[in-house]
Design a protein around this ligand. Structure first.
Ligand code: C2E
Ligand code: MG
Ligand code: MG
Length: 593
């Protein structure tokens, strides 16, 4: 049975994570000096593990370790005192040791002592002849041992202390959590992440005030957070503007969240950057030993991000929300791949019908994505995600190319239809959008009037002036512009009047349940059609599912329509068959009858 002191010593050794690591020149240099000073062929940095001496660095030795039993270095580690054996054969303890049996006669070792006072092992020199050691030699050996320790501690601290805040880092958090889980496995704790500001706020601050002002804010927060906690608890600096700490054991959720809220209100109020940043706090409950350190932190960071949306700026981790975020992130990542891989993305086409005649006059290109493992993903799920990222440009470009290819094919085959593609709000900020569209048309010898670009009303309203300018350019070029999902975007009449569009597409929400018996719907839709016409637009109704709705719309003067009544979105082969079949004409006959 080993005693407590030895357990603590071994613990200190393991914490340094030195055992069984590869040799390093920084240590070998010191070992060579020891060997030279003594003029002896053998020297080593020898660490005392529980049953072996392991050599971090060695000169003149073949093997990596020897048994701890009767190894003089073990005595140096245990006693934390230097040891000199002038002649092994004359020494009562070591005369029958492994070293002696292998011809060693002389040993001098200086202890490797941590700042905590633990002996890790010894810096030692060995000789094959009996010998004395001079005080100068022993002093040099002690100095070199101190250099070895400085090297060990430097290496250990590297990446563990943040240079800006002086606080332990994420790496240290991970190690401490592992230790804690070993000692208190099964205990419930809360991990708290304090996020000082949003990325864009930090970006602006660095840009306007300089990076050192950001560092200053971080240092100020580090001091304030440390002061707000009991001195026994560590605060970790886990990312540039994020700090983390653990709750004490045995606290209850509601009161703990409350105490955080009030504790941090003060920090918020006193921060010198309070007007340009927004502090958020995320809390993740977990059981020690059950959740990995990385997951604990990730969960708390994710909760902190959600907390920005809540009132008090403190939020508890929710597994469900986390799952949603992870799915969204995964989808975005995979969509990037899908854009480059063949076969995942394709366009389908929904016919657009002239209501008076039942003729198919166009097709709306709608994007479809078959994910290799998740199956079909609806554009209603992935398009809103894409719209917030730089992928929006590539997705629209993909749709444009594929759509124009199909348009060229139809034109070549003498099929007289136009196509519509949907673009996102952020596309309206792309200076070269019009150029790309023009080039795409030109390349395929297509006329601008054969293409229609749909932009939702809400996209236009995000940046109305920018949208107007872009749509004007498109219109001047001869490309038709349609306002999609009309009626849902809360645009003001003033804007609608000025928009350089030719078409409004009444959102399906106003069309889908349209029946004569439900008066208000009819009146609303008739009013929208009338308004569209007064503003000079051609009106298209989306989501026509019944003959009755088609009739109401036709009678109200709506020019064109789309909907399941006429045809769903189909791939090209189906679409061509549908066209050839003249099915849409028969539908018209059916509802005219
Ligand atoms: P949207 O542009 O308003 O497209 C119409 C949506 O309504 C399509 O859904 C279509 O399949 C569906 N629909 C058509 N007729 C009916 C009907 O009679 N009843 C019902 N219940 N639904 C009908 P989808 O294809 O799921 O697309 C959803 C939305 O995703 C689109 O709405 C559009 O905003 C967006 N989207 C689709 N493809 C693209 C694309 O290539 N680029 C961009 N930026 N957005 C796209
Ligand atoms: Mg559309
Ligand atoms: Mg729509």
């Amino acid at each position: 049975m080993r005693d407590y002191q030895e357990e603590a010593r071994l613990d200190a050794l393991r914490q340094l994570k030195l055992l069984d690591t590869p040799p390093a020149e920084s240590f070998d240099r010191i070992t060579r000096m020891a060997s030279q000073i003594f003029g002896l062929p053998v020297a080593a940095v020898s660490l005392t593990d529980h049953d072996r001496q392991w050599f971090k660095s060695r000169v003149g030795i073949e093997h990596w370790s020897i048994p701890r039993d009767k190894a003089p270095c073990a005595q140096v580690a245990e006693t934390v005192e230097p040891l000199v054996i002038n002649d092994f054969l004359a020494d009562p303890v070591y005369a029958d040791s492994l070293l002696a049996r292998n011809g060693t006669r002389f040993y001098a070792g200086a202890p490797l002592i941590t700042t905590g006072g633990y002996g890790l092992g010894s810096l030692c020199v060995l000789g094959a002849e009996p010998r004395e050691a001079t005080p100068a030699e022993l002093q040099a050996l002690a100095d070199l041992a101190a250099m070895v320790m400085a090297q060990i501690e430097l290496q250990h601290a590297f990446g563990r202390i943040d240079p800006v805040s002086g606080l332990p880092t994420r790496t240290q958090f991970r190690d401490d959590l592992i230790d804690l889980a070993r000692d208190f496995s099964g205990d419930e704790r809360f991990a708290v992440v304090v996020d000082l500001a949003r990325d864009d706020q930090i970006g602006k601050m660095a840009r306007v005030l300089g990076g050192s002002r950001v560092d200053e804010m971080v240092r100020e927060a580090a001091v304030a957070i440390s002061a707000a906690l009991e001195p026994t608890r560590s605060v970790y600096h886990v990312a540039s503007t994020q700090f983390a700490f653990l709750s004490p054991s045995g606290v209850e959720q509601v009161s703990y969240m409350d105490s955080l809220r009030s504790g941090f209100d003060q920090l918020r109020a006193s921060s010198s950057s309070r007007f340009v940043t927004s502090l958020a706090i995320g809390v993740r409950r977990f059981v020690l030993g059950e959740t990995s350190a990385d997951d604990v932190l990730r969960g708390a960071i994710s909760a902190a991000q959600d907390a920005r949306m809540t009132d008090g700026g403190v939020d508890l981790y929710s597994a469900m929300r986390d799952k949603t975020h992870r799915r969204q992130f995964g989808l975005l990542n995979d969509l990037g791949v899908a854009l480059e891989a063949p076969g995942q993305l394709r366009l389908v086409f929904q016919p657009r019908i002239e209501l008076q005649t039942g003729r198919c006059v166009g097709a709306e290109a709608l994007l479809r994505w078959r994910h290799p493992t998740l199956g079909d993903i609806s554009p209603a799920e992935f398009i809103p995600l894409v719209e917030q990222t730089s992928l929006a440009r590539s997705v629209t470009q993909w749709v444009l190319e594929a759509g124009l290819d199909q348009l060229a094919a139809w034109t070549g085959a003498g099929t007289p239809i136009t196509i519509s593609i949907n673009i996102s709000a952020s596309n309206l900020a792309e200076a070269d959008l019009v150029e790309r569209i023009q080039f795409g048309l030109l390349k395929r010898r297509l006329r601008p009037e054969q293409l229609e670009v749909e932009v939702t009303e809400s996209a236009i309203m995000e940046e109305p002036d920018q949208a107007s300018a872009m749509l004007r350019q498109l219109a001047e070029n001869g490309t038709c512009v349609a306002i999609d999902d009309f009626g849902t975007g809360q645009s003001s009449l003033a804007y609608l009047q000025r928009l350089p569009a030719q078409v409004v597409k009444i959102d399906q929400a106003f069309v889908r349940n349209l029946t004569r018996t439900q008066g208000p719907d009819v009146v609303l839709v008739e009013t929208m059609i009338g308004l569209g016409h007064k503003l000079g637009y051609e009106v298209v109704a989306e989501g026509i599912e019944t003959v009755e709705a088609a009739e109401i719309l036709t009678n109200a003067g709506c020019e064109e329509g789309q909907g399941f009544l006429f045809g769903r979105a189909m791939d090209v082969v189906q679409f061509d068959a549908w066209l050839a079949d003249g099915l849409h004409g028969r539908k018209k006959d059916a509802h005219a009858a």
